[in-house]
Design a protein around this ligand. Structure first.
Ligand SMILES: [Zn+2]
Ligand SMILES: [Zn+2]
Length: 347
């Protein structure tokens, strides 16, 4: 290992220590609640929320992905899919960031939703995941609105390609901040995002022969205030429980502090809501053999600490690791070690 590599590895680690979990309070919890208000039964509401939450891996906690497609590697497919799912814009990749600005509720953001609500009535039961996916894109157009920032986790060591990278816009806090996704900072945007979500849900065809009775938007709008202003996990939990959603384990991964009470629930059905089985995760596995071994080691460290050693599976086998470090136990103890355990446990 030459002297630059440990420094670079340390730089990458430090660059991501502000990152945290996916903001499932919106993508899972709020979507589930809105679906119930729109008249969906509990199980259907959960399915829609799961479909929404599964569109993960495009955000800052998945920084390794942007490293693979826009920094160390340059790969148009990864960049294009990240844009389509999390930064809907009229622009194409590669292309200058200003041409790829995200418009909240714009045509690109609404496209998938407009398609999914046209599903024939007979197929509506089987397209709830797709509905969730479309809602995710629409929702992200509010949190990620503006000109995408270019992550620069490599500092002076390498630059990321601004024509392919997607990061939280500078006007929303920039690539290295979670502010863009935290509802308490953007009450008007969060309300508008919820309203757009609700409109799509109410337009979705009826399931089987079960008619839905949706509450009026005016009736539910004031109820959102407590959700929007909640600034800790305790406050978010309190709101969901007050709204008859008692299983709040989905809040485990969000980046807000615990608050008044320690939050020790473990996310249920992690397989369903986590990224391990998602298309994005598989894509990431395809991409990583092309990155240098030191970066693959960093990716592996993160996988061990964020998803557990078992989750590495096939992905681990594809990593271009040097032969003397092939055993992940050795990597865990030598490279990740106590420092890694400390850093990655925060993701
Ligand atoms: Zn997203
Ligand atoms: Zn985000």
């Amino acid at each position: 290992m030459n002297s630059a590599r440990p420094l670079l590895l340390a730089g990458l680690l430090l660059a991501t220590t502000d990152s945290s979990g996916f903001e499932s309070d919106v993508h899972y919890g709020l979507t589930q609640w809105l679906a119930r208000q729109a008249g969906f039964d509990e199980q259907s509401a959960e399915t829609i929320a799961t479909g929404d939450q599964r569109v993960d891996s495009g955000d800052m906690q998945y920084l390794e992905l942007v490293l693979a497609y826009a920094c160390v590697g340059q790969e148009d497919l990864g960049s294009r899919l990240t844009g389509e799912h999390h930064y809907p814009s009229a622009g194409t990749v590669p292309g200058p960031p200003a041409a790829r600005a995200v418009l909240p509720g714009g045509d690109a953001a609404k496209k998938a939703a407009l398609t999914v609500v046209k599903v024939p009535a007979g197929q509506a039961n089987y397209m709830l995941f797709r509905l969730g996916e479309a809602l995710h894109i629409l929702q992200d157009s509010w949190s990620h609105q503006g000109v995408p920032d270019t992550p620069q986790p490599g500092g002076a060591f390498f630059r990321c390609d601004s024509t392919r990278a997607w990061g939280h816009p500078a006007t929303r806090g920039g690539w290295n901040s979670h502010k863009a996704d935290l509802t308490m900072h953007w009450p008007a945007d969060t309300r508008a995002m919820a309203k757009a979500t609700y409109e799509v849900l109410t337009q979705y065809p009826i399931l089987s022969d079960a008619r839905r009775t949706a509450r009026s938007w005016e009736e539910i709008r004031p109820l959102l205030d407590g959700f929007i202003t909640a600034s800790t996990k305790t406050e978010k939990k309190r709101w969901f429980v007050s709204q008859s959603i008692s299983d709040v384990s989905f809040l485990e991964g969000i980046s807000l502090r615990d608050g008044a009470q320690p939050f020790d629930l473990k996310r249920k059905g992690r397989k369903r809501t986590g990224s391990i089985h998602s298309r994005h995760y598989k894509r990431q596995c395809v991409l990583i053999p092309r990155v240098p071994w030191w970066l693959s080691m960093w990716i592996l460290c993160r996988q061990i600490f964020t998803r557990g050693p078992k989750s590495c599976g096939k992905c681990t086998k594809r990593l271009p690791l040097p032969s003397n470090l092939l055993r992940k136990e050795e990597i865990e103890s030598s490279i990740c070690g106590q420092t890694g355990r400390h850093l990655f446990s925060r993701f």
